[in-house]
Ligand binder design. Structure first.
Ligand code: MN
Ligand code: MN
Length: 467
């Protein structure tokens, strides 16, 4: 067959928009993606909860020449600063030649992920087992969190105000925790129930011990007492200290390559560390930028972005106001000229659940970074629907820089839906659009992404900053 294209083929290429998938990528791009994702896996393993992601980001930023931001100081083009909010969110800025006079360029991702939190009064003993009562965090299918190893991460603040950092179960030889499930032999009734009723939030009780305290004079709650004795020895805490703690159970397993071709990564918390890491790296790598570029890694997205560390907090607004003050412009004027990539994941088309998706407007694994003009649910509620103008500008930026990208609407109309931080950014009068990485098994303890998509997200944030 001839190599030459016939006239119809040429016309088709010119007029039709047919995504090529990973077939369009070069060997160099595959190699660069694989290398980039080694760093990503390290970040992912180190950052199951937001405080750890902030710590990782501070360390990486300081190595790249970033210093803590001081609103009293004058900054010049090229300076690199960071500002941490209550150890749970972080803004990193590369000061541009024009500062924020023409607006800032924002890349905003979230660093919290669905998980299981301990209740304020968690520890109890039942039938000689020590267990934790929990309250799940974010949208999760509860049955997925049973019968898998879990580790405990977080902080405990003691009565004297000292803080203890907790990380139990991450090391190879450390013990971990688990939610038990009913054996199939006795689950005839359970398996006929609707999923939401077969396993409820109050069933997410976590096994924490089973051996009684030795040398005890009395017989009461010896297993629980033994757990408290171990915790007291390790952390110096008493049971009352649970009342001033943030303790989270997250899957124990580490990120792993998926497939014979190692093209994908399975791991906990891709949503949204898979956008946070590329956005962080883009800030670290950005140089000689025209407008000040800010990567903001926020908290609480999974529970609605409320609270002083979530996107609805004024933290980022105040930071931009401080930068604007130095540049001699009103904060609101700087905000009004700012542009943003809301960096969050979207649901990748899954052939096993194809009926949940509308293929023509879904994103696909290996299709590149995904742009979502809007998220929300039925009738475009609860979203920022980006303008055609801004969509056009972002599309142009991606095409100009040869970045593989695709469009993605979340599932079939009226099937459900979900939101991102984009609408809160839009409310500050900022042009914003969602741009992120497609994910399979989103919100499961083990989510899956494609390596080339992760790399394309990095390239998108970097070129957005550098334009
Ligand atoms: Mn997300
Ligand atoms: Mn999510």
């Amino acid at each position: 067959m001839s190599e030459e294209k016939n006239a119809t083929q040429e016309l088709r290429e010119k007029l039709m928009n047919e995504p090529k998938g990973a077939k369009g990528l070069t060997a160099e791009e595959f190699a660069a993606a694989d290398a980039f994702c080694e760093g990503y896996k390290t970040f992912l393993n180190a950052s199951p909860v937001e405080r750890e992601a902030v710590k990782y980001s501070v360390d990486a930023a300081e190595k790249a020449g970033f210093v803590p931001y001081d609103p009293e100081k004058e900054y010049k083009a090229g300076d690199r600063v960071y500002l941490v909010n209550r150890d749970k969110a972080i803004a990193l800025a590369v000061i541009g030649k024009n500062g924020v006079k023409n607006g800032a360029r924002l890349a905003i991702a979230h660093i919290d992920s669905p998980r299981i939190d301990l209740k304020p009064n968690p520890l109890y003993e039942a039938n000689n087992l020590a267990l934790f009562k929990t309250h799940y965090y974010g949208g999760l299918k509860k049955y997925q969190w049973t019968a898998i190893p879990l580790t405990l991460h977080g902080v405990i603040v003691k009565l004297d105000g000292t803080r203890v950092d907790v990380c139990w179960g991450d090391k190879e030889n450390e013990s971990c925790f688990c939610v038990t499930d009913l054996l199939p032999h006795l689950a005839k009734e359970q398996v006929t129930k609707p999923m939401a009723k077969a396993f409820t939030g109050e069933d997410l009780n976590v096994l924490a011990g089973s051996r009684p305290y030795a040398d005890a004079e009395d017989e009461k709650e010896l297993v629980k007492l033994n757990v408290m004795a171990i915790l007291n020895e390790k952390y110096g805490i008493t049971e009352g200290d649970f009342l001033s703690a943030e303790l989270c159970l997250v899957p124990s397993f580490k990120a792993k390559d998926i497939g014979f071709d190692r093209s994908m990564i399975g791991g906990y918390g891709h949503d949204d560390k898979v956008c946070a890491y590329p956005a962080l790296m883009a800030a670290l790598d950005a140089e000689d930028v025209d407008s000040t570029c800010i990567t903001y890694l926020t908290d609480k997205e999974e529970i609605g972005s409320d609270g002083n560390t979530g996107m609805q907090s004024d933290f980022l607004r105040y930071f931009i106001y401080d930068l604007a003050k130095q540049d001699g412009v009103e904060g609101y004027r700087a905000l009004s000229k700012s542009t943003c990539l809301s960096a969050d994941v979207n649901a990748a088309f899954d052939p096993t659940y194809s009926s949940a998706f509308e293929a023509k407007n879904s994103c696909f694994i290996n299709g590149g970074v995904v742009i979502s003009k809007y998220t929300g649910h039925g009738g475009k509620y609860d979203t920022s629907d980006a303008s055609a103008e801004y969509m056009g500008a972002v599309r142009g930026m991606l095409e100009k820089n040869n970045i593989q990208w695709q469009i993605g609407e979340l599932g079939r109309v009226d099937l459900g839906g979900g939101g991102t931080i984009a609408k809160y950014v839009a409310n500050m009068n900022v042009d914003v659009i969602d741009l992120g990485v497609p994910v399979l098994s989103m919100h499961a303890p083990f989510e899956i992404v494609s390596k080339t998509d992760v790399f394309m997200a990095y390239r998108a944030f970097y070129e957005f900053f550098m334009q």
